[in-house]
Design a protein around this ligand. Structure first.
Ligand SMILES: [Zn+2]
Length: 288
């Protein structure tokens, strides 16, 4: 066992290899059950991943979002649902959105009346965020220090799974929250129903090496506890996608689905959208 296979959350060496994925290895911590890729990509590789093409690529199978701009409508729907939910916990105040991307969420959050700060590591994303007239902090939260006791709420949508130095990042976020402040996040859940059904073919793993670490209730609890954050609520969280998109994914899993895909296309059902509370969970935690 080498140092590179230490659990990034508990820092223990009690880990086992669970999967080889392309040229990567996925390990699991036997204590907190976090799954993590080994080795992690270098800073330079990560920088390269999150440039413009990450947000605007049409290449099948490329990293990032297939035409991020075309997904705007779905992202806006998701942002609306999240804000309606968060409003119950924090009706107003100063909000930091971590991994804000091109700013679909913060634009809507501004309309809800929050005073917005946005963070991203991507220069492309930060340039877009600056146009939305919010305060922008560029850089990795494992390196730059956030202002202390500043925020009423910090959001991190689909971000934690991308972060190699997760303990440092969460400590930074926790110290930036006011006492009683809320951290709200979504991330893939290795105990989700689809993770159990698809096993090694699970969607979360398909995004390796963008996705570096994979949580479940036990590991996220351990991570947040270490920074004095108490989980108030956990709920399954999903996404809005077209039937065609979902069937494309299933065809990759097995060609059995190919004729079903064709029939759905012919009768026009492939364009319908559905909400599936799969893959992710949402965590709401409070700073003690
Ligand atoms: Zn662990």
């Amino acid at each position: 066992m080498t140092a590179k296979n230490r659990c990034p959350v508990c820092d223990c060496k009690n880990t086992s290899r669970v999967l080889n994925y392309q040229t990567y290895q996925l390990w699991e911590c036997n204590v907190c059950s976090l799954q993590f890729m080994s080795p992690f990509p270098t800073e330079q590789q990560l920088d390269k991943t999150y440039q413009e093409h990450y947000f605007a690529t049409d290449k099948q199978g490329a990293y990032g979002y297939r035409n991020y701009a075309n997904m705007q409508k779905q992202l806006q729907q998701e942002a609306q649902t999240k804000l309606a939910f968060l409003h119950e916990f924090v009706p107003k105040g100063v909000m930091l959105d971590v991994g804000a991307g091109t700013g679909v969420f913060i634009t809507l959050a501004k309309k809800f009346g929050y005073d917005i700060w946005a963070n991203d590591i991507s220069k492309f994303a930060c340039d877009k965020l600056a146009q939305r007239e919010v305060r922008v902090i560029r850089g990795s939260l494992s390196k730059i220090t956030l202002p202390k006791n500043k925020f009423d709420i910090v959001t991190a949508w689909d971000v934690f799974e991308h972060i190699p130095q997760i303990n440092k990042t969460v400590k930074n976020i926790a110290s930036s929250l006011k006492p009683g402040g809320i951290l709200a996040l979504t991330t893939p859940d290795t105990n989700s129903l689809d993770a159990k059904i698809f096993g090694h073919h699970w969607y979360g793993y398909k995004k390796i090496p963008e996705h570096l670490i994979f949580f479940n209730q036990s590991s996220i609890n351990k991570l947040l506890e270490k920074s004095d954050l108490e989980i108030l609520e956990t709920k399954p969280w999903g996404f809005v996608r077209s039937v065609g998109f979902l069937l494309d994914r299933m065809v990759v899993f097995s060609p059995i689905f190919r004729p079903i895909r064709s029939i759905m296309e012919k009768i026009g059902f492939a364009k319908l959208t559905v909400y599936l509370p799969l893959t992710d969970f949402m965590i709401i935690a409070k700073k003690r």
